[in-house]
Design a protein around this ligand. Structure first.
Ligand code: FAD
Ligand code: SIN
Length: 525
C-alpha cells in the first residue's frame, strides 16, 4: 500500500503460514485446531483476553438433554431469525454443538453440573433448557482455558497490542495484513498464506453498548475495503437488560436471569411483557428490547427494573455470582432489590459472508465468529448461539486450512509508506468524531428507525467520512484513528443496509415500513 511517507514505517516483515487476527473464542479455537505443523501468528489489538468472549455470561446452547433434540434447536433458531437464517448453516451448527462442548471441556472448561449432569439454563427463544454455562462467567472460563492451551503450543506466536490496519492484497488474493505495533508505533507487514479474521463485532458504533472497547467493526471494515461481501448489517441486536447506573460502563444483566424466572417491571412495580408477547420475559430479544424502549419512551422513564429477588438468596449468589457482586458494588443487592436496566447494543448479526468453512469471497481470507455472516442468525440471533457459532466454525475453518498444501514461497510486500504524513497536533478531531459517530448511530439508527432519521445519519456520515479521509491522508496512523476509520465504514454499511430494507423484520424495525414482507431476502453490500 502506498501511503505518503517516513514515520510509522517499518521494514519489519513477518512470515507465517497463517495469520489469525483476534484472540476471542473464535480466534483462540481456530489456532488450537490448526495443525501443529503450521506456523501461526495470533494477533490482538488489546490484552489477549480482552474482547466480548471474556464477558459472556449466559452460556452456550447445545442439545445435551435426552428430552431435547436437534430439530427443536434448529426450529427455535430459525423462528428467532424471522425467516432469514440459512437452514443448512443452522443444522450444521446445531449438529456440531455437542462436539463443541466436548472440545471446550477437553481444554479445561468446567461447566456447571448438577451431580453428573450439566446444569442447563434457558433464555429467550429456546423451548428447552439447553444452555450450558460456568455459573455466570462462561466466557471468562473459556478464554482463560483456551489461552492457556494456546500458550503451550510451540507453533503459535502471540502478538499482544498489535492492531491490524488493512489486509495485504496481491493479485486479488489476501496475503496477510499491515499491522500497527502499538508498543513501537510502527507498522509491520505480516505476510501469510492464509488469513483468518476473528475480530468480533461492531457494537461500539453505538453510544451505549454491552461490549468492550474492542468491538469497533475492524474486520468488517477491512474486509469491505478489500472487496468482500458484507451481509445483513442492519440487524444490530440490542440486549434488553444492561445495568443502568451512572458509573456502570457496559455491564450486562444476563438473560439467564429471565430464564430462571426474573420479571421486568416499571418504576411503579407493574409488569408489562405479557402485553407484548405471550412468551413474556422469554420472548426473543428484539421483542423484549422494543417493549422496554416503548415503555421508557411512553412513560418518560430512565430505565425499567428486573426482579429475581423472590428466589432463594443462596441460590442467586451461587448461580449469578458475577452479577450479584457487580451490582453490590453499586449498592444494589439483587437478593432484595430489583435491578435498574436499559437496552444497549449487544451483537452484530450481519458480517462478512462466509461458507460453512469460514471462507470469504476473497481468496485465502477466512472470517470466523461475530465478524462473520455464516447465515445462522438471520434477522435476530437466539441467545447463546454466538459462542456456539464461534467454536463450531473455528473448527471447520481450521479443518479446511489443514487440508490444504501451503506454498513455501512468500510474496514480498512493500513496506508501509508513511513518508508524506506528519504527527498530528489535532487529536481532538479524532475523539470528537468518535463521539459524534456513536451518538448519531444511537439517536438515528437505533432500536426504532425511520427513513428520515436514517437519511439524516447517512448524510452526516458522508461528511464525517470526508473529514476522516482527509485526516488519514495528512497524519500518522494511530490506534484511535484506525478504529475511527472502521467505525465510520461499518456505520455506513449499517445505514445503507437499513435504508435498503423496505420492511420491518426481526431486529430491524422501521416505523415507515412496519410490516414484514412476504419474501425474505438478505441485504448484500
Ligand atoms: P471477541 O471475543 O469480541 O474477540 C475479538 C478479538 O479481536 C479481540 O481479541 C480483539 O482484540 C481482536 N481485534 C479486533 N479488531 C482487531 C484489529 N484491528 N487488530 C487486531 N486485533 C483485533 N454469546 C453467547 O453465545 N452466550 C453468552 O452468554 C454471551 N454473553 C455475552 C455477554 C456480553 C457482555 C457480550 C458483550 C457478549 C455476549 N455474547 C454471548 C456474545 C459473544 O460473547 C460474542 O459474540 C463472541 O464472544 C464473539 O467472539 P469473537 O471471538 O468473534 O470476538
Ligand atoms: C446473556 O447472558 O444474556 C447474553 C447471552 C447472549 O448474548 O447470547
Amino acid at each position: 500500500m502506498s501511503r505518503q511517507s517516513t514515520h510509522n514505517c517499518s521494514n519489519e516483515q513477518h512470515q507465517f503460514d497463517v495469520l489469525i487476527i483476534g484472540t476471542g473464542s473464535a480466534g483462540l479455537m481456530s489456532a488450537l485446531q490448526l495443525s501443529p505443523e503450521l506456523s501461526i501468528a495470533l494477533v490482538a489489538k488489546d490484552d489477549l483476553l480482552e474482547g466480548s468472549s471474556f464477558y459472556a455470561q449466559g452460556g452456550i446452547s447445545a442439545v445435551l438433554d435426552a428430552h431435547d433434540n436437534f430439530n427443536t434447536h434448529v426450529a427455535d433458531t430459525l423462528s428467532t431469525a424471522c425467516g432469514l437464517a440459512d437452514q443448512k448453516a443452522v443444522s450444521y451448527m446445531v449438529e456440531n454443538a455437542p462436539a463443541a462442548i466436548t472440545s471446550l471441556e477437553e481444554s479445561g472448561v468446567p461447566f456447571t453440573k448438577d451431580n453428573d449432569d450439566y446444569h442447563l439454563t434457558t433464555e429467550g427463544g429456546h423451548t428447552h433448557r439447553r444452555v450450558v454455562h460456568v455459573a455466570d462467567k462462561t466466557g471468562q472460563s473459556i478464554q482463560i482455558n483456551l489461552l492457556d492451551n494456546v500458550k503451550q503450543r510451540g507453533n503459535i506466536t502471540l502478538f499482544e497490542g498489535y492492531i491490524a490496519i488493512d489486509l495485504l492484497i496481491h493479485e486479488e488474493q489476501c496475503q496477510g495484513a499491515y499491522i500497527l505495533n502499538k508498543h513501537t508505533n510502527q507498522v509491520e507487514s505480516f505476510v501469510t498464506h492464509k488469513t483468518v479474521l476473528a475480530t468480533g463485532g461492531a457494537s461500539k458504533v453505538y453510544r451505549y453498548t454491552s461490549n468492550p472497547d474492542t468491538s469497533t467493526g475492524d474486520g468488517i471494515a477491512m474486509a469491505s475495503r478489500a472487496g468482500c461481501r458484507i451481509v445483513n448489517m442492519e440487524f444490530a441486536q440490542f440486549h434488553p437488560t444492561c445495568l443502568y447506573h451512572p458509573h456502570a460502563k457496559s455491564f450486562l444483566i444476563s438473560e439467564a436471569i429471565r430464564g430462571e424466572g426474573g420479571k421486568l417491571h416499571l418504576p411503579n412495580g407493574q409488569t408489562f411483557m405479557q402485553q407484548y408477547d405471550e412468551r413474556a420475559e422469554l420472548a426473543p430479544r428484539d421483542v423484549v428490547a422494543r417493549a422496554i424502549d416503548s415503555e421508557m419512551k411512553s412513560g418518560g422513564f430512565d430505565c425499567v427494573y428486573l426482579d429475581i429477588s423472590f428466589k432463594d438468596s443462596d441460590w442467586i449468589k451461587e448461580h449469578f455470582p458475577t452479577i450479584y457482586n457487580k451490582c453490590k458494588t453499586f449498592g444494589i443487592d439483587i437478593t432484595k432489590d430489583s435491578i435498574p436496566v436499559v437496552p444497549a447494543a449487544h451483537y452484530t448479526c450481519g458480517g462478512i459472508n462466509t461458507d460453512l468453512h469460514g471462507k470469504t469471497n476473497l481468496e485465502n481470507l477466512y472470517a470466523v465468529g461475530e465478524v462473520a455472516h455464516t447465515g445462522v442468525h438471520g434477522a435476530n440471533r437466539m441467545a447463546s448461539n454466538s459462542l456456539l457459532e464461534c467454536i463450531v466454525f473455528a473448527k471447520s475453518c481450521a479443518h479446511d486450512i489443514n487440508q490444504q498444501t501451503l506454498d513455501s514461497v512468500y510474496f514480498q510486500s512493500e513496506p508501509w509508506d508513511a513518508s508524506r504524513v506528519a504527527a498530528s497536533k489535532e487529536k481532538v478531531v479524532v475523539s470528537h468524531l468518535w463521539d459524534e459517530v456513536r451518538s448519531i448511530m444511537w439517536n438515528f439508527v437505533g432500536i426504532v428507525r425511520s427513513d428520515r432519521r436514517l437519511n439524516y445519519a447517512k448524510h452526516r456520515l458522508e461528511q464525517i467520512e470526508t473529514e476522516v479521509d482527509e485526516y488519514y491522508s495528512l497524519y500518522l496512523i494511530s490506534s484511535d484513528l484506525t478504529e475511527l476509520r472502521n467505525l465510520v465504514k461499518t456505520s455506513q454499511i449499517i445505514i445503507q443496509s437499513a435504508l435498503s430494507r423496505k420492511e420491518s423484520r426481526g431486529l430491524h424495525f422501521n416505523e415507515d415500513h412496519p410490516m414484514q414482507s412476504k419474501i425474505a431476502k438478505n441485504t448484500i453490500i
